[in-house]
Design a protein around this ligand. Sequence first.
Ligand code: 26V
Length: 821
Amino acid sequence: MPATKFDKESIKNTIVGKVQRYNGLPIEEASKAQIYRALASTVRDQIMQKVVECRDIRKKNKGKRLYYLSVEFLMGRSMYCNMLNLLSTKEYTEALQELGIDLREILKEEPEPGLGNGGLGRLAACFLDSLSSLNLPAMGCTIRYEYGLFRQKIVDGQQVELPDSWLDNGNAWETAQMEDTCEVHFGGHVEEVMINGQQKFVTRDYYTVEAVPYDMPVVGYDAVTVNPLRMWSARSPKKLDLKNFSEGRYVQASEEIELAETISKVLYPEDRHYEGKMLRLKQHYFFTSASLQYILKEYKQTFGNDMSKLPQKVVIHINDTHPGMAIPELMRLLIDEEGLGWDEAMNITRQTIAYTNHTIMAEALEKWPVNMVQQLLPRCYQIICEMNRRLCERLWNFFPGDWDRIARMAIVSYDNVHMANMLVAMSYSVNGVSKLHGEILKEETFHDFNLVMPEKFCAITNGITHRRWLMSCNPELTELINQSIGTDWIREPGKLSELRPFADDAAFREEFAKIKQHNKERLAKMLKDRQNVDVDPAFMFDVQAKRLHEYKRQMLNALHILVLYNRIVNDETFTMQPRVFIFGAKASPGYTRAKQIIRMICALSRLIEKHPRARKMLQVVFLENYDVSSAEVLIPAAEVSEQLSTASKEASGTGNMKFMMNGAVTIGTLDGANVEISEQVGMDNIYIFGMRSNTVRDMYRENTYNPMTIYESNHEIREAMTQMIDGTLMPENPAALQELYHSLLLGSWGSIGDSFFVLKDFGSYSMAQKRLNADYADQVKWQKMAVTNTAMSGIFSSDRTIREYNEKIWHLEPLAKPKKK
Ligand code: 26V
């Protein structure tokens, strides 16, 4: 088919034509939503042209392909990044302009697919962008959740969760791939049968759910590659029960269908009850099994039935433990469906699967009750037990007699299936997501495995796509960089370091500061429009935006703000650089203490607002429903980036990198990737405070920390904490923060409180804040720091991360356009 052109004139005609065909309207009468759909469909046409081309190259090239399995892909809106990666922003902007339409207004029409909850999911999305941009053949695999992460509203100072029905008006980017629909089986029992003298295992009486794939294309920047994100949707094979229906039992008539389809209903269903936990296991197995069936089908189509070459042609990457059932499932498919022997299947599996760990938090290291796995996945359970038996045998030779250690390392122990242990034992690569996290995995989390199989472990520091997190969200800064150092940095983000000398260039700094000011104004406008909140763009913008979790210590920030308030109120001569502290955070619905922290922040905001002198220099804003789209406005406007996690707890962090890239200065602990950020910018361009990771780990081991001694000796902390419960913060309900207050002092069930060392690190944090406040007054100094941060951020591009994964783990060949003869 001859290629269609996507120049300005053709784009105009196409959009006008589509509005006429879809809506029967002239463009002047079309609504924004109608224009959005016509525009998205035009961009999609342009992408599809590339899809065909890319498919063709892949068919000829027959190279290895990566399948990246993740329960989360936090994609954000696609329209603008698609145009950017197609090198067509100018054409589209001008085409619309000539039709009298402002592109920026249309972009807001796109619903954001919230198919993720935090760093893990956004990392997966950044990876897809970099994979395509580096022309590496890959497919993302996940669930097509009908409801993404909840929409957050703040009502009376508290978080309220609303359903996020992002698919209401359809998803303009996806295409259903009906021919790849497959069956996933649950339940039943396993029978051993002899077929042609061979022992076989057959599952009987299972029930079936159909998996229907929808593909969303991810275009690379100026690349030939378009990689799909494949989202599996659950569908019941049963049709409407007409008998029930015609007899008036309407609910029963579709009950079974509904039940099967709940599998892809919501992201992270509540799992405090048995049904919820079961549903999560079903979700994980559902998309893992469907993905693996597809992987083998595609492999066989290209390479025939010889499975021994699988590791040369396929790599399956497991993003955290959630898709870990890929291991028994691949074993099952190889043994039961492809007829391989156990040893061969095990060798192939071990050479095909790689695993990334994203957290050392004990509660996030997944385990499943044995009876649940046995009931839901009886054949996989058998395979797990056999893998466990062999692993323990091997460990017994390594650690003879050391039962405790072997039990800790086993796949099945204490009535649970331990996913992380299974993944470490059965994959060829285990990586952490920052240098420090990689070390902790080897020394602590997987210490014993590292003694047995040290060759598997490595660390690859996370990254973010500079295309979304700089070029798309901060066009003015992008333009300034291009004018100063040219555009090579776009392909080689390390070259951003060429900006460093510009820190000493007064004219450059002035431009840099002006852009920050515009971005602050843009954020102020958004806050006004969305929440009717007034912020003064002359204030310093200080931002902490990330999931709400005790280890991330939003509480440390909040407590410090309350202390600042007291300093203002108690001392009429006290002044500080006017500063607005902006928080963005969703708390998991069942995580009560996290929700109390949100309450505390909102209460702080109200308290300060009521005080005529305090409000002149201090403000707290809670940004509702923090998501990718609001991050794209928030981050470019930030001057201070708060990265306060208890050292050792934040595996990497990626928000820290986004803020840095946009010229915010970090105040943070030496945790996760903050360590590497501090190495890049140097200690003069970052505010480091608090205990170091080793000290924290020693303190946990020794169990000697007592927050009470700090409470007693530090009157500022005492005063602020008392205000949490004496009606100062919560005049209408003084008891509301009592539990939170106690958690900082006493803990529960006899354990000591403040398990994340908020009080312990307070003094050091407060000193760092004092330095920061003083430095901000010296704007020359401050702007130099800001420029240095942007200049040194190139190493945190996910292009670097993906190159490293490819060199160390995946070994994929980049796709290339065939040379014209
Ligand atoms: C968290 C939650 C919280 C809400 C309920 C469901 C649920 C399920 C799993 C998890 C674990 C998430 C692990 C995670 O997001 N880790 C983050 O991964 C980032 C990318 O590597 C990294 O930068 C962050 O430091 C790490 O916390």
